[in-house]
Design a protein around this ligand. Structure first.
Ligand code: ADP
Ligand code: ASP
Ligand code: MG
Length: 406
């Protein structure tokens, strides 16, 4: 008898018919004798709507209250899923993240899981029930409700699979696996049969929202092999697992585009020791993740100054701008410019480690499309460039064609 964790995303529970469809799939596995833990997200659009509502009232709402608000989305979905299972005569019970024993730190809206004590889950499984757990949420040791960052139900599923030592972890979504690029943007994208944790992690952190990046990090750390597959058909999906030797043969595994970044530029900051440290410490203290950083060559001779640009997630832009404004007099910069119209295009593949000329080919492809590169960053297995948002999709298709079209 296998223990299976199945996660269903927002589109998979978007309406009563889809929820019934999820219930039938769960019932089918249950009928084979498997023990099943189901993790569900909020119905699609619900989280976005709740955020919109709050921001209509106030542009920077309290993060504690945001968690209180957003957690309701998943709570609705678990109860409806349990009801759909009852309608099929399957014994099922829903649990909030807190009831499932998910304990997090207190960083509201992007809390980290500290530990999971799934006592209730075990007891309910032992009693023969299907257990439905609310994704995306947890509770601090003091009992405050927290959420795990957008797309966080993936993390709930993977962390529960690790804590329960599940035999199988299946992530059901609206595509039948991980593709070489977002199939909605690149018609020629191909489904991958397997992908390494590192490649999936890079793709996910660089904009492929098919998996939340923190969930992949967690899976790698705890060795949770998982499958991404469709809730709408029975096609085999994509297995995400440790790298194998054969994976190195492929230079580029995928292309991703992150439209969710914004750039902040500090114009004319003093070019002297300690300035960058002050800026990035203040951002870090405000729990803002900074991604790319570019510092221009110094200008001026007496007291040299430089321009410093960095990127943050778009939802953090207001907060970042506020932090920088607070530092402005202290640090002494002339102007702060925010730019939301950027896209970050990346190519990813473990094979890059052993192949050369990859960056040149990417830059050449963009040049031929007349697309200017604003910032560049690389790692062993990825190359990212910041470009004009309006040209992002065109760039993605061109780069996919250069590296991945058959
Ligand atoms: P869920 O609600 O199930 O969590 P998401 O909307 O978060 O689903 O993620 C699935 C979506 O991810 C797909 O509809 C697809 O458009 C998008 N996506 C982006 N990049 C990729 C990729 N490389 N492979 C597959 N899907 C991708
Ligand atoms: N409902 C949350 C979100 O929209 C979590 C998730 O879908 O995984 O981000
Ligand atoms: Mg998702």
């Amino acid at each position: 008898m296998a223990l299976i964790v199945q996660k269903y995303g927002g589109t998979s529970v978007a309406n009563p018919e889809r929820i019934r469809n999820v219930a039938s799939r769960v019932a089918k596995y249950r009928a084979q004798g498997d023990r099943i833990v189901v993790v569900v997200s909020a119905m699609s659009g619900v989280t976005d709507n709740l955020i919109k509502l709050a921001k209509e009232i106030m542009p920077l709402p309290s993060e504690r209250e945001m968690d209180m608000l957003l957690a309701t989305g998943e709570q609705t979905a678990i109860a409806l899923t349990a009801i759909a299972l009852h309608a099929l005569g399957v014994d099922a019970v829903s649990l909030t993240g807190a009831q499932a024993g998910i304990v997090t730190d207190g960083v509201h809206t992007k809390a980290k899981i500290q530990n999971i004590t799934p006592k209730q889950v075990h007891a309910l499984l032992d009693a023969g029930k299907v257990v439905i757990v609310a994704g995306f949420q947890g509770q601090t040791p003091e009992g405050q409700i927290t959420t795990l960052g957008r797309g966080g139900s993936d993390l709930t599923a993977i962390a529960l699979a690790a804590a329960l030592r599940a035999d199988l972890c299946q992530i059901y979504t609206d595509v039948d696996g991980v593709y070489t690029a977002d199939p909605r943007i690149v018609p020629g994208a191909r489904k991958l049969n397997e992908i390494s944790y590192d490649e999936m992690l890079e793709l996910a952190s660089l904009g492929a929202k098919v998996m939340q990046s923190r969930s992949v990090e967690f899976a790698k750390k705890f060795g949770v092999v998982f499958e991404v597959r469709s809730s709408l058909n029975d096609n085999p999906g994509t297995i995400v697992k440790e790298e194998t030797q054969s994976m190195e043969g492929v230079v580029i595994r995928g292309v991703s585009l992150d439209k969710n970044q914004a750039k902040v530029t500090l114009v004319s900051v003093p070019d002297k020791p300690g300035v960058a440290a002050r800026i990035f410490k203040a951002l870090g203290d405000a729990a803002i993740n900074v991604d790319m950083i570019v510092q221009n060559v110094s200008h001026g001779s007496g007291s040299p100054a430089t321009d410093l640009s960095f990127t943050v997630d778009k939802p953090d832009l207001l907060k970042a701008a506020k932090v920088i404004e607070g530092l402005r007099n202290d640090v002494g910069c002339r102007e702060v410019i925010s730019d939301e119209k950027i896209g970050k295009l990346s190519i990813v593949g473990v094979g890059m480690r052993s192949h050369s000329g990859v960056a040149a080919k990417m830059f050449d492809t963009l040049a031929k499309e007349g697309i200017n590169i604003g910032m560049i960053s690389t790692s062993e297995i990825k190359i990212s460039v910041v470009i004009d948002l309006a040209k992002g999709e065109q760039a993605m298709r061109a780069v996919h064609a250069a590296f991945l079209d058959k």
